[in-house]
Ligand binder design. Structure first.
Ligand code: SF4
Length: 263
């Protein structure tokens, strides 16, 4: 599946420090070492000793980039450890989610392509990708790694290792988003202006969008067993832990699970 260059990313209203459950602010650090190769970061920065692609590497990245890079490397390494048969099984496991994502793409192409292209792409505004740090789930990274080629994943790593000027998402390249399967918050983001315009013109789209929103919850909202939780657990069972494992680390989402009798 190719990355959608329509640039309909997301503009999460909350910062990534917010609990993805909508609950109170939570700590971003959940056990991933804050130093790399024994070097301590400056405030607001991580210092890295990059031993891959030294010609491309930069020496300083922000905390967001570092935790994204940590998760990506963890996922790539974990998938290698799992082996080909288990990897294929995981691809089957995420099949329903990928079908859902195709429905979302079809919907967006049908109703929003024209307005997003005109408003953001042609004008190079890309307002929906204008935040430097978006909330991603660990499962987003797993799903992307399952569907991307090694070269595409290398490209993600390269982007994360570059200094980001801060006024655009770190993943936004000249050809659009460098994810192969964009994070779900990006796929499901529509700005108010676009929604107002489209839903006025095509009222049926409003109901379809609400239905897609409900389907989205079935994959990531843990008031029932959900795919995003299962994918985190595959890696937790291997002894991996990432700050992006919100369904197992966010106090708010843990509360949702507890209230649903899932823990
Ligand atoms: S990851 Fe960044 S560049 Fe990609 S769609 Fe989301 S906000 Fe836009």
């Amino acid at each position: 599946m190719q990355s959608d260059t329509r640039l309909s990313g997301k503009w999460e209203k909350s910062s990534r420090k917010k609990d993805p459950s909508g609950g109170p602010i939570f700590s971003a650090a959940f056990g991933i070492p804050l130093t790399i190769n024994g070097l301590s970061p400056k405030p607001g920065q991580r210092r890295i000793a990059v031993n891959e692609k030294p010609q491309r590497a930069v020496l300083e990245m922000n905390e967001y980039q570092q935790e994204q890079l940590d998760a990506l490397k963890m996922v790539r390494h974990g998938l290698m450890q799992l082996g080909e048969a288990r990897r294929k099984k995981l691809i089957e496991t995420v099949g329903d989610y990928m079908q859902f994502r195709r429905l979302v793409d079809d919907f967006l192409n049908r109703y929003f392509n024209e307005i997003c292209t005109r408003t953001c792409y042609q004008s190079r505004t890309s307002a929906c990708c204008a935040r430097d740090s978006i909330i991603t789930f660990f499962a987003d990274t797993v799903i992307d790694a399952l569907h991307a080629t090694p070269a595409q994943l290398d490209r993600l790593e390269t982007k994360l290792c570059r200094v980001n000027a801060g006024h655009r998402c770190v993943y936004l390249g000249s050809e659009g988003c460098v994810w192969t399967v964009r994070p779900v918050v990006c796929a499901m983001f529509l700005c108010d202006r676009a929604m107002d315009t489209v839903f006025r013109r095509a009222p049926e789209a409003k109901g379809l969008w609400a239905s897609l929103r409900r389907q989205e919850k079935k994959f990531k909202w843990p008031d029932r067993p959900v795919l995003f939780d299962d994918l985190e657990k595959v890696f937790l069972d291997m002894g991996c832990q990432s700050t992006l494992m919100h369904l197992n680390l966010s106090p708010g989402l843990l509360r949702v699970k507890k209230n649903a009798g899932l823990m």
